[in-house]
Ligand binder design. Structure first.
Ligand code: CMP
Length: 139
């Protein structure tokens, strides 16, 4: 399996609920190494830039309002097959459909307030890592 880097965001709902430590524990126990981390209060404009691929969708306005509503923890994770493996342990976007034991099943409360973001492909990981950590090597 290739060593990859991926971007994750612990979202405002999970930060406000005090789940940063719980989520990092799950990431570390699944052999992800944290290679960079920043706590950020995203502006609405920064949230819109990050989620530009979703511009025009019905949930875009609400999503970017939510993502700029409170601090988030942004991290670059490294590990074997990190992009797909992170998506697995995050669980489905809608926590109602998330498998038992996944981060979203444990901590998300709705499809929007879903606790965590993870890059969905190598191309989006490259864009998302450079969005928050310009100059950081992709591997
Ligand atoms: P995330 O993995 O961060 O990527 C885009 C986000 O948009 C997603 O998690 C959800 O929080 C949100 N999202 C996706 N689909 C919907 C939807 N149908 N309604 C509301 N929010 C959504």
């Amino acid at each position: 399996m290739p060593i990859e880097r991926t971007l994750t965001i612990i979202k405002p709902d999970a930060v406000a609920a005090g789940h940063i430590g719980d989520i990092i524990k799950i990431l570390e126990s699944n052999r992800f190494n944290i290679v960079a981390a920043r706590r950020v209060a995203l502006s609405k404009r920064q949230a819109e830039g990050f989620y530009a691929v979703h511009r025009g969708k019905p949930f875009f306005e609400s999503l970017t309002n939510f993502m700029s509503s409170g601090p988030v923890l942004v991290m670059v994770l490294e590990g074997d097959n990190a992009i797909a493996r992170l998506r697995e342990i995050m669980g489905a976007t809608n926590p109602a459909n998330a498998a038992a034991g996944t981060i979203r099943k444990l901590y998300a409360t709705s499809i929007e307030r879903n606790a965590i973001h993870g890059s969905d492909a190598p191309e989006s990981a490259a864009f998302e890592i450079s969005y928050f950590f310009p100059g950081l090597d992709l591997l």
